[in-house]
Design a protein around this ligand. Structure first.
Ligand code: G6P
Ligand code: ZN
Length: 543
């Protein structure tokens, strides 16, 4: 086997976004596109000679081919041990777990998360560092800079490896080990969650549905829920990872997981419903007749986590991304622990977790996680919920309502305006920024602006400052609206408008969300002029 140095020229568009490099599949299929980006990643990894690298992805279209390319380029760049999930699979949280457990210097995770797959769908390449988390901005910037100056990549010339057989093979000077993608992850879950107690819950007749959305969590959920915890066969549906996710949009929310929603609101609803996304880091929790918002889920888990063995000692602190509702802050203040507010993007939790300042964290975008890995973790959140249900013996919907009675309810919704003209979206944000100073004191219907700013974050651990992370407008009536542009879209721009209003009175906790939020929606329109600037009179998705 020989190492070849192949001359190449830079692609201008290899700047990683919120979560790595994410583009349409045809973009990745351009000759040299994948090779260039991988070479730029590896050039940015100091100390790679002799180190361990982890490789795996969510099984979407192109996954197997790019895994093979990654192995060849990694082997040509000095890594001595490469761990790859069987079939080229590793969920994002499992990749994080494997990196940490095996002392790897990092990992290449192939995924476009919850975006659709297939030949016309999305693909993505993300680099995680030795702590198991997404590379921080300093690293992604270095990678991008490198993509712009590349003149060649190095690759081992060899046949494709058999990714379906566990065990070791040589590739150039490296040893590639095909590992069971589930084993390390499942073992970690057994240390955090009270498996015997959850198994007893299933044995008592408790029924759930887990919708893997034809994506990567199928094998994980089957092994853990059905085999180790004894849930009946068929508990996990859409359990085979498919390259195009069966044509579905593998994003666990009430819109895209409509079958699960229909089941949970129908006459045959089981006790509990859950789903995960393409790469397994997001989660959706549904009680009977009640969708649990990710913001509420985070708050509820924070309030109950101590029932699980992994969190029996209590929580050091919690964190949420800025647009996530403030429900978890209320729990933190009752528990007397710090609550941090970070920009959108899981990477911002990394320093807080590494420094031991927080134990749990989460985002409105269906991400929940803890210090057990450095990614959000869909199946873990489901297991922690099951542990809470087993320990309290109460139905999930009751847990939620009791939480609202205790802490008040942060009524919440997100309105997305997808594929809007990028210049119009930028213009809207710029105009908003320009109007901030004049907003405090103004009223919009029943709401009075108390404060308005463009969120900036100073990392308390390393002092780094991240600016322009979203415009937030706080009303005196304990309502809030946040505007930001998505960092993960691949077509045009997506404007996200996050709306919330605190409701302390239990008598009003069951009022329809749209009704409670109507004044906030009206204020958002009046302040930002969404219809006039984007031509959109309704959001494309409401979650
Ligand atoms: C990815 C990241 C999350 C983040 C989300 C935001 O899923 O892993 O940490 O919350 O993107 O996406 P957006 O499209 O709102 O920028
Ligand atoms: Zn994901």
């Amino acid at each position: 086997m020989t190492v070849r140095t192949v001359p190449t020229t830079p692609f201008p568009d290899q700047k990683p976004g919120t979560s790595g490099l994410r583009k349409k599949v045809p973009v990745f299929r351009q000759p040299g596109y994948v090779e260039n980006f991988l070479q730029a990643i590896f050039d940015s990894v100091e100390g790679r000679k002799g180190a361990t690298l982890v490789v795996g992805g969510d099984g979407r279209f192109l996954n197997r081919e790019v895994v093979q390319t990654t192995l060849r380029i990694a082997a040509a760049n000095g890594f001595s041990r490469i761990l790859v999930g069987r079939g080229g699979l590793l969920s994002t949280p499992a990749a994080s777990c494997v990196i940490r457990k095996h002392g790897a210097i990092g990992g290449v995770v192939l995924s476009a998360s919850h975006n659709p797959g297939g030949p016309e769908g999305d693909f993505g390449i993300k680099f995680n560092t030795a702590n198991g988390g997404p590379a921080p901005e300093s690293v992604t910037e270095a990678i991008f800079a490198r993509t712009q100056s590349l003149t060649a990549y190095r690759i081992v010339e060899a046949d494709d490896l058999d990714l379906d057989r566990l065990g070791e093979v040589r590739l150039g000077d490296a040893t590639v080990t095909v590992i069971d993608p589930v084993a390390d992850y499942a073992a970690l879950m057994e240390t955090l969650i009270d498996f015997p107690r959850v198994a007893a819950l299933f044995a008592s007749g408790f029924r759930m549905r887990f919708d893997a959305m034809s994506a990567v969590t199928g094998p994980y959920a089957r092994e853990i829920l059905e085999r180790r915890l004894g849930a009946p066969a068929g508990t996990v549906v859409n359990a085979e990872p498919l390259p195009d996710f069966g044509g579905h949009h593998p994003d666990p929310n009430p819109v895209h997981a409509h079958d699960l929603m229909a089941l949970m609101t129908g006459p045959d609803a089981p006790d509990f419903g859950a789903a995960s996304d393409g790469d397994g880091d997001r989660n959706m929790i549904v009680a009977r007749n009640l969708f649990v918002t990710p913001s509420d889920s985070l708050a509820i888990l924070a309030a109950h986590a101590h029932v699980a063995p992994g969190y029996a000692g209590g929580l050091a602190g919690v964190a949420r991304s800025m647009p996530t509702s403030r429900a978890v802050d209320r729990v933190a203040s009752k528990l007397g622990i710090p609550a941090y507010e970070t920009p959108t993007g899981w990477k911002f939790f990394g320093n807080l977790l590494d420094a031991g300042r927080i134990t749990l964290c989460g985002e409105e975008s269906a991400g929940t996680g803890s210090n057990h890995v450095r990614e959000k973790d869909g199946l873990w959140a489901v297991l922690l919920w099951l542990n809470v249900l087993a320990a309290t013996g109460r139905p999930a919907a009751e847990i939620v309502r009791e939480h609202w009675r205790r802490f008040g309810r942060d009524v919440y919704a997100r309105h997305d305006y997808e594929e809007v003209d990028a210049a119009a979206a930028e213009g809207l944000m710029e105009a908003l920024r320009g109007s901030l100073a004049a907003l405090p004191g103004r009223s919009f219907g029943p709401l009075n602006v108390e404060a308005a700013d463009d969120f900036a974050y100073t990392d308390p651990v390393d002092g780094s400052v991240t600016r322009r992370q979203g415009v937030r407008i706080l009303f005196r009536e304990d309502a809030r609206v946040v505007f930001r542009l998505s960092g993960t879209g691949t077509v045009g721009a997506t404007l996200r408008v996050y709306l919330e209003r605190f409701e302390p009175d239990p008598a009003r906790h069951d009022a329809p969300v749209a009704e409670v939020l109507a004044p906030v929606v009206a204020a958002a329109e009046a302040i930002a002029g969404i219809a006039a600037r984007t031509g959109r009179h309704e959001p494309s998705v409401i979650t």
